[in-house]
Design a protein around this ligand. Structure first.
Ligand code: UD1
Length: 421
């Protein structure tokens, strides 16, 4: 796997249709939520085939949840889930494995998980998750890299105010609260579409969740949950990636299965750069790009509905060849400019000072040997290579495969010269 690389000959316009798969960041908390369902099967459609989703399914199997995949549908039966320990090796593979904490505490009242630690985006603390769960009655101690968690009297509702609208903490609290005793209020909750998707799934299972999508979520605990069928929302960051691919290369793309309503500022920013974008209901987006793009206004990453940090590297790639200067302010993660040094090697003119990056548009990028630095940064390098002159080779594909189902196939079908060797 590690030896695989993408070989890309840049310069082709993109034209055709790309199907957008289900959202990784929805599928992971949804799979975790199945742990709470003790009656009947959960059927998740549009569940993307990604390495992170495979890890989540392996974690479920360790806990005792029977889990199988049929095409893009995952079926999970948690009627006898009772194992309270997840091996360290699995926890380490995926930082977002921490989202199993709330669900396991809610179902088994105890669990032992290894501390997820940092990741390629810098330190990723979980203090907000832990303090909220403690307010709900959990006793959590940290011992030699492990989190030992119990709720001897069961979890109870609480009034929780998050100092930052953390996506993962909001999800963990929702998961812990649905079967807790009493009512939980989450103030300053994250408002991402993935939160709404989780609330919708939990409601389908019989949970009482109100206010998802606003900054106050109220959960009334229920005794049991039953299985249901649910369709995972389309991946908004994969959608953003292919929109940026068209912006980088020029051409015309239809993104089927994509929901423009989840893209927030992405579409107006691409339009301000000169892209023509039209959306058709909640399930397809058309983009046409001709001529040189203009630099957009300052891009500041913010919690939803602000500009997503996950799309920062992608749109930066599109600005490297735009006319004018673009300023980026990365407000969410401290180490999220690791793709910049790779883009510079291709001829991009980018300066970074702390959380600010300044991109001066250049006439062209040149193919190079590139290493994916993280998931979205890696995808951004693929886009840069597609729009560069000459040949590029991208390595460390394990990062990209965490979040894109066969990225090379989607792009090749749209006319790109890209292959995995
Ligand atoms: C989720 C997404 C990730 C996205 C991020 C921000 C998943 C699986 N991942 O990650 O792709 O980039 O949202 O949109 O859905 N923080 C704390 N203490 C905490 C928790 C978070 O200080 O207890 C800080 C983080 O260090 C970071 C910020 O809050 O600076 C945002 O993190 P958070 O919203 O929690 O992101 P994740 O849920 O980890």
């Amino acid at each position: 796997m590690e030896k695989q690389k993408l070989v890309i000959n840049g310069g082709n316009r993109l034209e055709g249709e790309i199907a957008v798969h289900g959202a990784k960041n929805s599928a992971l908390p949804l799979l975790s939520a199945t742990v709470l369902v003790s009656e009947g099967e959960c059927v998740l459609h549009n569940c993307p085939k990604l390495t992170d989703v495979d890890y989540a399914m392996r974690i479920l199997s360790c806990i005792g949840v029977k889990c199988k995949r049929e095409g893009s549908t995952v079926i999970a039966d948690a009627s006898v889930a009772e194992n309270t320990e997840v091996p360290q090796s699995l926890m380490r593979e995926m930082r977002s494995s921490i989202v199993f904490l709330g669900a396991m505490l809610g179902r088994m009242k105890s669990c032992k998980l290894s501390f997820p630690g940092g990741c390629e985006l810098g330190p990723r603390p979980i203090d907000l998750h832990l303090s909220a769960l403690r307010e709900m009655g959990a006793e959590i101690t940290e011992q030699h890299g492990f989190l030992m968690c119990t709720a001897p009297k069961g979890l109870h509702g609480a009034n929780i105010s998050l100092s930052f609208p953390s996506v993962g903490a909001t999800e963990n609290i929702m998961l812990a609260a649905v079967r807790a005793k009493g009512v939980t209020q989450i103030h300053n909750a994250a408002r991402e579409p993935e939160i709404c998707d989780l609330a919708e799934f939990l409601s389908g299972c019989g949970a009482k969740v109100h206010g998802a999508g606003t900054d106050i979520i109220i959960v009334e605990g229920v005794k049991t949950l039953h299985g249901c069928e649910h369709r995972v929302i389309p991946d908004r960051i994969v959608t953003a990636s292919y929109l940026c691919a068209a912006a980088c290369c020029g051409g015309e793309l239809i993104l089927s299965g994509a929901n423009a309503e989840h893209l927030g500022q992405m579409i107006p920013i691409l339009q301000s750069m000169g892209c023509k974008i039209y959306s058709f209901g909640k399930d397809s987006i058309y983009i046409r790009v001709t001529g040189r793009l203009k630099a957009p206004q300052t891009i500041r990453t913010m919690p939803y509905p602000g500009f997503p940090t996950d799309a920062q590297a992608l749109i930066m790639t599109a600005t490297t060849k735009a006319q004018g200067t673009t300023v980026f302010v990365e407000n969410i993660f401290e180490n999220r400019y690791r793709h910049v040094s790779e883009l510079r090697r291709m001829g991009a003119n980018i300066k970074v000072e702390g959380k600010v990056a300044v991109v001066e548009g250049v006439d062209r990028l040149y193919g190079s040997e590139l290493q994916a630095t993280d998931l979205r940064g890696g995808a951004a390098l693929v886009l840069a290579a597609l729009s560069a002159e000459g040949k590029s080779v991208v390595t460390k594909l394990c990062h990209i495969d965490r979040g894109y189902e066969n990225i090379e196939r989607s792009l090749r079908l749209a006319g790109a010269d890209i292959k995995r060797v």
